[in-house]
Ligand binder design. Structure first.
Ligand code: ADP
Length: 263
């Protein structure tokens, strides 16, 4: 496996002329093709900044970002993104919300009007994979928070992205719904094989879903620990209540506590 996402010795500062808030300094990380990577760290350490860099929304002052062996110099169209707030458009049905990227990203945009029925079937299919069969014609405000977040995942995946970026997508949900969505995410990743980078505060979520967990230092952020998670897949949710699982969660928590203390 080769590096699919490569961040090399990144320095990124915000502010006029990039000289006020140093968000990342000396950050390097490599995510392999098909890998599920999780990024954890103290709040404000630059996790969201890292996501914006990898998707080409912002550029570093120093260092390089590569996705699929190409230097990133603008928004990466092969990426799908989902954030904590589902931000569905209230005037569109769930199905129409899920199909939104198809109206923007090529080659789908070009094909959409001619192949609308096939694309609609594909979007309906995704909705049923995440447990929303039959909800396509409902408006987002008719769905619970957990259902909206399921639809949000479908929207991030509808254009069949090679890279999925998740920024705290389950953070606002209750614990039970969150565990359900971890399993949805686990199954989608197993089925479709996209490379994933998940930013999360939830160490259990990171250990359950990821092949590798990257721990960041306090700001300015860089990677201080890479922890391989080798539990076999598919992982049952009960794993998260076992001692060997909790040992890793505690180990990661200790790294973050150290990072905060060093700040
Ligand atoms: P995290 O996601 O880990 O909480 P962020 O990447 O959002 O961290 O932010 C990293 C640091 O950069 C924080 O100190 C934050 O206040 C600062 N920051 C983020 N965005 C901006 C911005 N647009 N302008 C100035 N500072 C910013």
């Amino acid at each position: 496996m080769t590096g699919f996402v490569e961040l090399n010795d990144i320095r990124l500062a915000y502010g006029p002329g990039g000289d006020s808030t140093l968000a990342l300094d000396g950050l390097s990380m490599t995510v392999k093709k098909g890998e599920f990577a999780a990024v954890v760290g103290p709040s404000g350490c630059g996790k969201s900044t890292l996501m914006k860099l990898a998707t080409g929304l912002i550029r570093p002052q120093v260092g390089t970002v590569e996705v699929a062996s190409k230097e990133v110099d603008g928004p990466v169209s092969m990426a799908g993104m989902a954030f904590q707030n589902p931000s569905m458009l209230p005037w569109r049905t769930t199905l129409k919300n899920v199909m939104l990227p198809l109206e923007i990203v090529q080659p789908h945009r070009r094909r959409l009007s001619r192949e609308r029925a096939a694309y609609e079937a594909l979007a309906e299919d995704l909705l049923s994979v995440v447990g929303l069969k039959g909800f396509g014609d409902k408006f987002p405000w008719q769905l619970s928070g957990g259902m909206q977040q399921r639809a949000n995942l479908c929207r991030a995946l509808v254009h069949d992205p090679e890279l999925l970026m998740l920024d705290e997508p389950f953070g606002a949900l209750d614990a039970f719904t969150r565990e359900e969505l971890w399993q949805v995410m686990r199954d989608l990743h197993a089925e479709k094989g996209f490379t994933t980078i998940l930013v999360t505060h939830d160490l259990r979520e990171a250990v359950f879903l990821a092949d590798r967990v990257f721990v960041m230092s306090a700001r300015p952020g860089r990677i201080i620990v890479e922890r391989e998670i080798s539990f076999p897949r598919p992982r049952p949710i009960d794993l998260t209540y076992e001692a060997k699982f909790n040992d890793i969660v505690h180990e990661l928590r200790a790294h973050i506590a150290d990072a905060r203390a060093a700040a």
